[in-house]
Design a protein around this ligand. Structure first.
Ligand SMILES: C[S@@+](CC[C@H](N)C(=O)[O-])C[C@H]1O[C@@H](n2cnc3c(N)ncnc32)[C@H](O)[C@@H]1O
Length: 196
C-alpha cells in the first residue's frame, strides 16, 4: 500500500536523522555540561522544546536526570525509547509551552534549563523563574542575522543583537557568543548563565 511504503520511507530517513541528531548534541553543552555538577543535580535538568532530545539524551547518558518537554508526541515517543536504554531517570513531558492560559512551569524548579533553537519571548521570565538559585540556563538560538542565511525568517523567532544578555541582566554570565558558526552556517547567540 502506498501509505505504508511512504511511511516506511519517511521513518527510515527519520531514524537516520534522529541517530545523527543524537550524536550531534550541541557543542555548547558538550563542552560545558560539567558545570552542572556544581548544582548538586538534585532537581534535574529540563531540555525545553527538546525535539528528539539530542541534548537531553546526551546528559542522560552522562547520568544526569533529565526532563524532556515538547508538544510533539512522536518526538517524545522517540526520546522515551532512547531514554529507556540508560539508567538515569528521565521524564517525558508533553506540554504546550505557548498555552496562554497557564504558566507551564508553575511550581516547577530545575538545576538547569536547556533551550536550543527555540524562542517564545513570553516564556523567558517563566523559564528564568524555574531555574533554581545557583542553577544554569544554557540558551542558544538564531539571531536576526540568520535572515541573510536562511530559515527561520520570522523576527519573532530571532534574537535581536545583545538580547540574550539583556534578558539575563543580573545573572552571572559564564559564556557568551554572538555571531556566525559553520557546519551548518548559521547566525546564533548562545549563553551560559548562572542564577544568583
Ligand atoms: C527547532 S526544534 C529544536 C529542538 C531541540 N531543542 C534541538 O535543538 O534539537 C523546536 C522544537 O520546539 C517544539 N515546540 C514548538 N512549539 C512548541 C510548543 N508550543 N510547546 C512545546 N514545544 C514546542 C517543536 O515541537 C520542536 O521540537
Amino acid at each position: 500500500m502506498p501509505y505504508f511504503t511512504n511511511d516506511a520511507y519517511i521513518s527510515n530517513r527519520t531514524i537516520i536523522r534522529e541517530t545523527m541528531a543524537q550524536l550531534n548534541a550541541s557543542r555548547l553543552l558538550v563542552e560545558n555540561f560539567q558545570l552542572l555538577e556544581a548544582t548538586g543535580l538534585t532537581k534535574g535538568v529540563l531540555d525545553l522544546a527538546c525535539g528528539r532530545g539530542r541534548n537531553g539524551l546526551f546528559l542522560l547518558q552522562s547520568n544526569i536526570p533529565t526532563t524532556f518537554a515538547d508538544n510533539n508526541p512522536a518526538a517524545l515517543r522517540y526520546v522515551s525509547v532512547q531514554a529507556a536504554k540508560v539508567p538515569a531517570p528521565a521524564v517525558c513531558w508533553l506540554v504546550d509551552l505557548e498555552d496562554k492560559k497557564q504558566n507551564p512551569f508553575e511550581s516547577k524548579c530545575f538545576d538547569a534549563i536547556l533551550v536550543f533553537n527555540y524562542l517564545h519571548r513570553p516564556l523567558i521570565e517563566p523559564i528564568k523563574n524555574a531555574v533554581d538559585r545557583g542553577g544554569y540556563l544554557f540558551y542558544e538560538t538564531f539571531t536576526i542575522q540568520q535572515r541573510e542565511i536562511g530559515r527561520p525568517q520570522n523576527p519573532n523567532y530571532l534574537l535581536k543583537p545583545g538580547e540574550l544578555l539583556e534578558l539575563l541582566d543580573g545573572w552571572h554570565v559564564e559564556h557568551y557568543f554572538e555571531g556566525e558558526q559553520e557546519n551548518p552556517r548559521r547566525a546564533i547567540a548562545n549563553v551560559i548563565a548562572r542564577k544568583p
